[in-house]
Design a protein around this ligand. Structure first.
Ligand SMILES: O=P(O)(O)OC[C@H]1O[C@@H](O)[C@H](O)[C@@H](O)[C@@H]1O
Length: 300
């Protein structure tokens, strides 16, 4: 018999689902197919959700896993082929789908696992200023770990180039004490130093505002958090770039839905396809971006 619990909850203006499986809990909103929260057993949450989060239609929620698509970040910083598909003047940051309602295709319950399946088809719900025919699906699977898959299917009759990210906010005990494993020796673009290309030496730590795009990233990255005695693993497929972000003190004050001191307890690792790693799809081609999150206790 399945031990899973599935509950529909309304948070202010947003319809969400709270899923419980074998001691783990997941919260997902229909808007943006946005994962909002995830915790395993009695551990502190793995995924950070802002205490000031607003659950409003048409506004991305601060925290969780916003889906950035069909471009990441500032469109003007994207390769020309990504910019070329957009026809309006003002391009919103992080693309067009993070604050729109997706269709819930279904919730599948198995023994000790629940999968939510969402879709966004631009042929039924056209995106303003982006006249392309694309089918997007996002699957979220809560079992022992948390898995998610974003699939893009080019249903148009011309090639498509896009950038994207699963913009995961992670909860940490104190960002000044954590490090990120797996990025040693990777090239990165430091967006806070004139977008210079640099090379990472040791495992990155956080001592100031950080906003970097790492290239040629390995499949596994890990957050080492001695304060909470755990390591969070990110296992990705279909991604060769990752964005590392913490707003630190000054930018935290300017962010929406973000308490002034919240930078201390979060960091983002965004599983991405950006810059030289953009996704190029011919007619009828598909691309899948997979991310699995798990955790383990740190050995002393
Ligand atoms: O406030 P937004 O649009 O959700 O963006 C948050 C952050 O997202 C990160 O991906 C960017 O690298 C940052 O520059 C940005 O500040």
């Amino acid at each position: 018999m399945s031990t899973a619990q599935v509950e529909r909850v309304e948070l202010d203006q947003l319809t969400c689902w709270r899923i419980r499986v074998a001691g783990s809990e997941l919260l997902v909103a229909q808007q943006g197919a946005q994962i909002l929260g995830y915790r395993q057993g009695e551990q502190p949450p793995l995924i950070w959700l802002s205490p000031d989060a607003a659950y409003r239609a048409g506004q991305s929620v601060r925290g969780g896993v916003p889906i950035c698509w069909p471009w990441f970040g500032d469109l003007r910083r994207n390769p020309q082929a990504v910019q070329a598909h957009y026809q309006l003047e003002q391009a919103p940051a992080h693309g067009l789908v993070r604050a729109l309602d997706w269709e819930l295709l279904g919730i599948d319950e198995e023994d000790d696992a629940v999968t939510l399946r969402f879709a966004y088809d631009t042929r039924n719900q056209p995106l303003e200023g982006w006249p392309r025919d694309v089918g997007l699906t996002f699957f979220v699977r809560l079992a022992q770990d948390l898995g998610m898959s974003l699939e893009t299917h080019n249903r148009g009759d011309t090639p498509l180039t896009l950038s994207q990210a699963l913009h995961t906010y992670f909860a940490v005990s104190d960002v000044r004490q954590v490090s990120v494993e797996g990025l040693q020796a990777c090239r990165y673009i430091d967006t806070l130093q004139d977008w210079q290309e640099l090379r990472q030496q040791d495992a990155p730590v956080f001592a100031a505002e950080t906003d970097r795009i790492y290239l040629d990233t390995p499949a596994r990255l890990s957050i080492v958090d001695p304060g909470w005695g755990r390591r969070i693993h990110l296992d990705a497929r279909g991604s060769r770039s990752a964005v590392l972000w913490n707003p630190w003190i000054d930018k935290a004050r300017r962010l929406s839905q973000f308490p002034d001191d919240a930078w201390q307890n979060m960091l983002c690792i965004e599983t991405a396809n950006v810059l030289e790693d953009v996704v190029q799809l011919k007619t009828d081609e598909r691309h899948r971006l997979d991310l699995r999150l798990s955790s383990e206790t740190l050995e002393h």
